[in-house]
Ligand binder design. Structure first.
Ligand code: FES
Length: 573
């Protein structure tokens, strides 16, 4: 019955007893012919399509294209849904549910007759959630990213998801834009299927899966509405069947070399700071050592090569047409491990060497980068002993070295009230500090780190100030924003001890973040402080607050690190 190699699914479908009868018979109610159970590779197609995740809603069609590819390669495709986490609707933050979605995928894969999996992702956290879950099972796995929306078009110009929203929103607050125009921009910005079309977290994570070697080359940035998106899906369906036959498991692709490549690519594209958290969590699942210092080390010698919002001016459509990620990877040359193997079955060098530059204004070169300044720096000091992150490429150069008086907001709600208050004791040289927005504190570490400036500062025409928090920020956001301070304030990090009037120093060149308060005084404040994680009486929120790790460890759950493999579980009857 089985053709050649015996796959895992044969434990279900090749059985000749009551169990095999049950496994096959109920499946046949979908009209599958008997020969689909002849030992061919069974391919799971994990779909995060959901009306509640607009960036992934088109995956219903993408799944069909993958299915056709699997059939073409004589595999048996089975589409299954999982939880989906959309960035724009979920509260308190989609990040809180990344680990839950990863658990959904992990357990679905292990419990079912699946030999290899195609992962359909798009919106920010759906990509890492699937990567984490698949890594802990370690079957052959390949990804199809949903692709970006077409460029937004508003009042005769391009506008980008997120980046222009932050800008327009501040313009409304400063009285520079009418509310009616702001409302008009809504439908002009999101005008096709797909995810945010800036180099936000979704585009960054798409680039990360391509840099890690987890999707077919030059597929992550194909616009969602472009027919080549469906072509990519079809070819991925064909390829996963071969991967199963070749035994190309995820851990054979996502190695330490692949992570180093991804970090360098992230620096070159000016990727989202969220990538740091997600890739550290992924490394933890695969048992690959990776920490904040690696991000700083491998980002340092890489200038910004990509002129996309929020670091520059263009959008993802322009990026794809200019040559896309293969061109960036080709340009990085020997800074990458060019021999690293990818899911295409070929090396990085094989995948990217044919890339050409069709628009040097969108994608620069190492000799003529878009910006010399790096896209990412990890800061340390008494204010962030385990690290904090800043994105210099999206920050104000003059603030890269700064000393200022702290203006402290104890939580996000207090912040939103106080920034509107003209009596707030603040000037543009102050350092704004937000507490209580970390993984345990909020909970879930929301994207509030690029919080609004006080209205009285905006009225002066000032658009940036140093802001520090234990939050994340959207990959579409910009500003001189220090994020991911670890340990977080709710867990008793130094951030919790900052008071109004304290002096704070930031020196990005020296990677320093310092609270200028004596150790004796800090110790006195520390003794008086009680950790204040979010209150969660039951359910998933309680599990989250109790088990989530800090940002420098990827915000994974302590009990999810590592993997449990894909051994067939005990029979169900
Ligand atoms: Fe889904 Fe930006 S909201 S990718």
């Amino acid at each position: 019955m089985a053709r050649g190699k015996r796959f895992r699914s044969a434990d279900w479908f090749s059985d000749q007893t009551l169990l095999g009868f049950a496994h096959r018979s109920w499946m046949k109610n979908q009209g599958w012919p008997h020969d689909m159970f002849d030992g061919r590779p069974v391919i799971g197609i994990a779909s995060s399509a959901s009306d509640l995740s607009p960036c992934n809603a088109h995956h219903r069609q993408v799944a069909e294209a993958v299915k056709q590819g699997v059939f073409a390669a004589a595999g048996f495709p089975l589409v299954f849904p999982t939880m989906s986490i959309g960035e724009t609707l979920m509260r308190p933050t989609s990040m809180m549910f990344r680990n839950l979605m990863s658990m959904d995928l992990e357990e679905t894969l292990r419990a079912n007759p699946i030999d290899g999996v195609v992962l359909l992702t798009g919106c920010d956290k759906t990509t890492p959630a699937y990567m984490l879950g698949a890594a802990s099972v370690d079957l052959p796995a390949i990804m199809v990213h949903g692709g970006p929306m077409l460029n937004g078009k508003f009042q005769g110009r391009d506008i980008g998801s997120g980046t222009d929203v932050w800008r327009m929103s501040e313009d409304v607050r400063a009285g520079k834009m009418a509310l009616s125009e702001f409302m008009d921009a809504e439908s002009c910005m999101s005008r096709s299927v797909g995810h945010c079309m800036t180099m936000g977290t979704a585009s960054t994570m798409g680039s990360m899966i391509e840099a890690l070697g987890l999707c077919l080359p030059n597929t992550a940035a194909v616009p969602a509405a472009d027919s080549r998106r469906m072509l990519a899906a079809h070819m991925t369906g064909r390829r996963i069947v071969e991967m199963v036959r070749q035994g190309q498991r995820m851990s054979k692709v996502v190695t330490r070399q692949a992570f180093e490549n991804a970090i360098r690519v992230n620096a070159a594209i000016g990727g989202s700071t969220n990538a740091i958290i997600h890739l550290i969590a992924l490394a933890g699942r695969l048992g690959v050592p990776l920490g904040m210092d690696d991000w700083d080390e491998f980002s340092r010698d890489v200038p910004l090569l990509v002129n996309l919002q929020p670091n520059g001016k263009y959008l993802m459509e322009d990026f794809y047409y200019a040559g896309g990620l293969p061109l960036v990877m080709k340009e990085l040359g020997d800074l990458l491990h060019r021999e690293a193997i990818t899911v295409s079955g070929k090396s990085v060098a094989d995948n990217v060497d044919g890339a050409k530059n069709y628009n040097p204004d969108v994608i620069g070169t190492l000799k003529k980068p878009v910006k010399k300044v790096g896209a990412l720096a990890v800061l340390k000091g008494n204010l962030a002993p385990n690290g904090a992150v800043i994105k210099p490429s999206a920050a104000t150069p003059a603030l890269m070295k700064h000393r200022g008086r702290a203006v402290v907001f104890e939580d996000n709600e207090a912040l939103h009230k106080l920034v509107e208050d003209d009596k707030l004791d603040v000037d543009e040289n102050c350092v704004l500090v937000l507490k209580g927005a970390g993984p345990k504190g909020y909970p879930g570490m929301p994207e509030v780190g690029n919080f609004p400036l006080p209205k009285k500062i905006l009225k002066k025409g000032i658009t940036d100030m140093v802001r520090i928090s234990d939050a994340r920020m959207s990959g579409t956001a910009y500003g001189t924003v220090v994020l991911h301070v670890s340990p977080e304030s709710a867990a008793g990090g130094t951030l919790a001890l900052v008071r109004n009037g304290d002096m704070i120093e930031i020196d990005v060149a020296k990677r320093r973040l310092h609270l200028d308060v004596s150790e004796a005084e800090l110790e006195r404040r520390r003794k008086a402080f009680k950790p204040n994680p979010a209150k969660a009486a039951r359910g998933y929120a309680q599990l989250y607050v109790q088990h989530v790790l800090q940002a420098d460890q990827g915000c994974d759950f302590d009990f999810l690190r590592g993997g449990s493999g894909h051994k067939t579980p005990r029979p169900n009857h």
